[in-house]
Ligand binder design. Structure first.
Ligand SMILES: Nc1ncnc2c1ncn2[C@@H]1O[C@H](COP(=O)(O)OP(=O)(O)OP(=O)(O)O)[C@@H](O)[C@H]1O
Ligand SMILES: [Mg+2]
Length: 353
């Protein structure tokens, strides 16, 4: 059976690196078939938009060829300013009626020309009270989508699904942890240049926001303070003490990481406080962090103390069987937080939209 099978390759084109993931589904559950990543030069992707086509194309082509993915359907995703996610309230109607009227309804919620976006809707709560229903509206700019699609096609993939980072992270989380009933949690994906916040109650999105900030801020500050290249700064900040010859340098990187983590937490806190002030439900019970930027030393601790909410790092491979003969487990564990979006995308079926 081809339809409904999880045959899509997850392709996460992030600003720091491209990640690819393929899963196999059997009676034993999901197992990892492929996972690989390739770093991108800084500025190849800026705030979710492709700036340097050939750099991104070359890296993806390499990944596709090394991992023998030519011709495979791909699930891609985008995030940032070109995507609008909004929970809106509409008069109760059928799904057909919603599809027919959504372009017209959506117009007032979207800061772009409605002709420039693709719109998708999902009914969250068909009976939200007083004849209304809650609907999740997702609008994404067509030009950004077509950039990602053409890069994937050029690499020999067959783009089948277009997702957004926030919902890919949500699907990855559901697979590995499940959504607790009667509890509100925050899923926060901290990448290199983007932070995707998604506050979920009983598995239903209540609030989302993308912040254009992330781990790249630490790289930049380390570059400046130690007067080193981008590559050196990446190396120092991610490897801990073994990457750094002098202990004075190590302390300096730690000092900067503390400062930058504080900046990121302040921004995240602003969104969380906004949610707390505008929602009527109960408060966030737990924060789950993913993304490579979440590995910044002090981040989990600072989040926990400032938000006063227990915080943990997500393992995207928690419920995925990994063959130790085929994969380097130690390496996978090391980069695991970065894999969240790619794993979430690999869960999609090519028959999805
Ligand atoms: N062990 C580590 N310690 C600190 N930072 C790390 C570590 N590992 C990765 N990072 C940082 O995480 C960031 C990359 O995370 P991720 O792969 O999630 O980003 P991305 O998806 O490429 O970018 P974005 O989605 O923001 O465009 C980089 O800034 C990188 O330096
Ligand atoms: Mg990312």
């Amino acid at each position: 059976m081809l339809f409904g099978k999880r045959n899509a390759v997850g392709v996460d084109i992030g600003s720091n690196s491209i990640k690819i993931c393929a899963l196999d589904e059997s009676a034993r559950g999901l197992s990892l078939k492929k996972f690989d990543m390739a770093p991108l030069p800084p500025q190849a992707i800026v705030e979710g938009a492709v700036m340097n086509f050939s750099q991104v194309q070359d890296k993806l082509k390499e990944l596709v060829s090394v991992n023998k993915l030519k011709g495979r359907p791909a699930a891609l995703s985008i995030s940032g300013h070109s995507v609008i996610i909004k929970k809106i309230s509409l008069p109760q109607m059928t799904e057909q009626e919603l599809d027919a009227s959504i372009m017209w309804e959506a117009e007032q919620y979207i800061p772009f020309d409605i002709k420039e976006v693709n719109v998708d809707v999902q009914i969250l709560d068909p009976q939200a009270g007083q004849g209304q229903m809650d609907v999740l509206l997702v609008a994404a700019k067509k030009d950004v989508i077509s950039d990602y699609v053409s890069i994937a096609m050029d690499a020999g993939l067959s783009p089948a699904v277009m997702d957004v980072d926030t919902f890919a992270t949500q699907n990855m989380f559901e697979l590995n942890y499940g959504f607790p009933s009667n509890e509100t949690i925050a899923l926060i994906n901290v990448g290199a240049s983007m932070i995707n916040i998604n506050i979920v109650s009983n598995g239903i999105t209540q609030f989302t926001r993308d912040i254009t900030m992330g781990g790249a801020l630490l790289t930049e500050e380390v570059q400046r303070a130690l007067n080193v290249t981008y590559e050196e700064a990446e190396h120092y900040k991610t490897g801990g003490s073994e990457n750094i010859s002098s202990s004075a340098m190590f302390r300096e990187v730690q000092r900067i990481a503390e400062k930058v983590s504080g900046t990121l937490v302040t921004e995240i806190q602003r969104s969380v406080e906004f949610f707390r002030a505008t929602s009527v439900g109960e408060d966030i019970a737990r924060v789950y962090l993913s993304g490579g930027g979440a590995q910044m030393g002090p981040l989990v601790r600072l989040m926990e103390s400032r938000l006063q909410v227990p915080t943990e790092l997500v393992n995207p491979f928690k419920n995925i069987v990994i063959d130790t003969k085929r994969f380097d487990i130690a390496l996978l564990q090391k980069i695991a937080p970065s894999a969240g979006v790619a794993v979430g995308l690999a869960l999609r079926r090519s028959s999805d939209k």
